[in-house]
Ligand binder design. Structure first.
Ligand code: SER
Length: 320
């Protein structure tokens, strides 16, 4: 069995991706690499665990050799709003980390998965039905790191034949690990607030449309792309993928179908608004559909019902 290393295994996507990869490929074959935050008991006890800092190339190489790693999922990054507050660290982790993974992969014959983002687009990008190949001039440090990561990954594929593949993720919604400091976080927080308080103060204005996706689809997408027949891939870094597009009013309306007394008010965060305004309203993900069969299973209706059910159960048990 081919061995996998997940860097950033305690993060928003990494924590669930690691557990899913362990289900699919066998727990012993998936190494969880974490830096600072202590891993959950489930993550720590279900398979191999190593301290791996994405900015430390020698340590990545050591772990790759120790476990004979075949694929690196590099999930370490700072989310968009946090990155604006700490651009140096965002660059070091977001670009340094990718560069280290690519170099280690080149030397050790690994494949590399890179999570790019809707943040790789900017205000001069066509924001409706955003094409796969289009203008990418982001005006956030997060976006600059994502475009750089895409370019580096393509470079390592073309120049050195490293099997690099990536996705441009939209906002990811989950009931497991909370995101930290992203522009799309409101679409997760709103469900927790609805269950706990029946009210939510939204940092983005009505009419701010963004692409979103439920976590199970995000995990399926990464695995499906890495399993895809390379002969079918015309693109590599990185594929537009989306499952739904909504604004705060639409998600609030969906929640009200389950919790009629739910009330949303607004307290706009100007930085998050500016970031969101520079990102697509909805992406065209037809290349992902054609080249490797992308087909999301969850929409706003089914996701909302599931989020409220799971978070409601956690709340009833006093877990949140
Ligand atoms: N969810 C991310 C953010 O808001 C976008 O990729 O920063």
């Amino acid at each position: 069995m081919k061995k996998i290393l997940v860097i950033g295994a305690v993060g928003q996507i990494g924590s669930e991706l690691t557990m899913r990869l362990r289900q699919v490929y066998g727990a012993a074959n998936v190494v969880a690499g974490y830096r600072k935050t202590e891993p959950s008991k489930e993550l720590a006890e279900s398979g191999p665990l190593e301290r791996v800092d994405a900015t430390d190339a020698a340590r990545i190489a050591e772990i790759v050799k120790k476990y004979k790693i075949y694929t690196i999922y590099n999930m370490a990054a700072l989310l968009s709003a946090v990155a604006e507050g700490n651009p140096v660290m965002a660059w070091n982790v977001g670009v340094g980390g990718v560069f280290n993974c690519l170099e280690v992969a080149r030397e050790n014959g690994c494949a590399v998965f890179f999570p790019s983002s809707i943040g790789a687009f900017g205000p001069t990008t066509p924001l409706d039905n955003t094409p796969q190949d289009t203008i990418q001039r982001p005006n956030t440090m997060y976006g600059v790191t994502k475009v750089t990561g895409e370019l580096l990954s393509d470079y390592y594929f073309k120049k050195f034949g490293v099997d690099t593949r990536g996705l441009r993720y939209p906002g990811i919604i989950s009931n497991v690990t909370l995101p930290g400091g992203g522009t799309t976080d409101y679409a997760v927080e709103i469900y927790y607030a609805a269950i706990k308080e029946k009210k939510f103060t939204c940092p983005l204005p009505a009419g701010t449309f963004l692409d979103m996706m439920y976590m199970p689809d995000a995990l399926d997408a990464a695995i499906a792309l890495m399993e895809a027949d390379p002969a079918r891939l015309k693109h590599r870094n990185a594929f537009n993928v989306t499952a739904m597009s909504f604004d705060p009013e639409i998600i609030a309306g969906e929640i009200k179908k389950h919790i009629p007394g739910f009330v949303m008010s607004y307290d706009i965060d100007p930085m998050k608004k500016a970031i969101a305004d520079s990102w697509p309203n909805s992406m065209d993900d037809s290349c992902a559909r054609e080249e490797w069969g992308w087909d999301p299973k969850w929409n706003l209706e089914t996701m909302t019902a599931d989020m409220l059910k799971v978070i409601g159960e956690k709340h009833a048990k006093g877990l949140i």
